[in-house]
Write a protein that binds this ligand. Sequence first.
Ligand code: SF4
Length: 277
Amino acid sequence: MALPEGFIFSQSSLQDYADCARRFQLRYLLGCRWPAPEAADALEFERQLQRGYEFHRLMSRLYSGVPAEALRHAASADPDLAHWWSNYQDTPPQDLPAAVREAEVTLTTALGKYRLEARYDLLAGQPGGHWVIVDWKTGQHRTPRAVLRQRLQTRIYPLVLVEAGATLNGGLSIAPEQVEMLYWFAGFPAQPERFAYGEEQFVADRNFLEGLLREVETRPEDAFPQTEDRRLCNYCVYRSLCWQDVQAGALANLEELEPSAAALEDLDLEAIAPIPF
Ligand code: SF4
């Protein structure tokens, strides 16, 4: 099935494809917006999503040079946000290179005839030296390492930095061995997860992703099957389109609640007060 003109793959869209090909087709190929909450408690779901977005915004401001004291006031507006802020102040990610700090940066690379982008929460690096990709996690639960290992984000983010990070690295390519991925959990600041990267993994990921992108494009229109794992449907906006008998899942059981691009599209970001500083 033809991709939309100028389509750029991302970890969000590819994770959707990996989870459920039908969801990818509905969301990205057919542009289907479906008015359903992702979880049973829609208001609380949106509140948590907004809080996660606000934490990401605080971190972006902080690493863009806004003094922490100026942000502390904004963080105190919500008890959970204040707790995360306090966690960050007490136990920030350790051993981040200091020469380059880039928050909310997007890099794009070509894989064959396809384009793939990564939107980083924070890139911390030393030109010619170590580079750490930091991803802020604001879910209620701490995602297990084995789950993160399987997430396409863990494969895509380091690969795109290696492919497209030269502009940040004094014009020189960043070698896979220089790259590390770090997940920092706002609710569990002392238990981050770090993934080293290397040439072997880079080559494997490149081959895997090129094959995946080709597979997406060459699938016939009627060959985007629904997932066989119906648990995924409990937290999918399309469940009432696909099934008549699947109820929205409980928010407390949702492993990971992150402000994904798709979710943010549905948020009224204009309604979120700007951070004063
Ligand atoms: S409801 Fe289930 S089958 Fe349908 S798009 Fe969502 S995840 Fe896929």
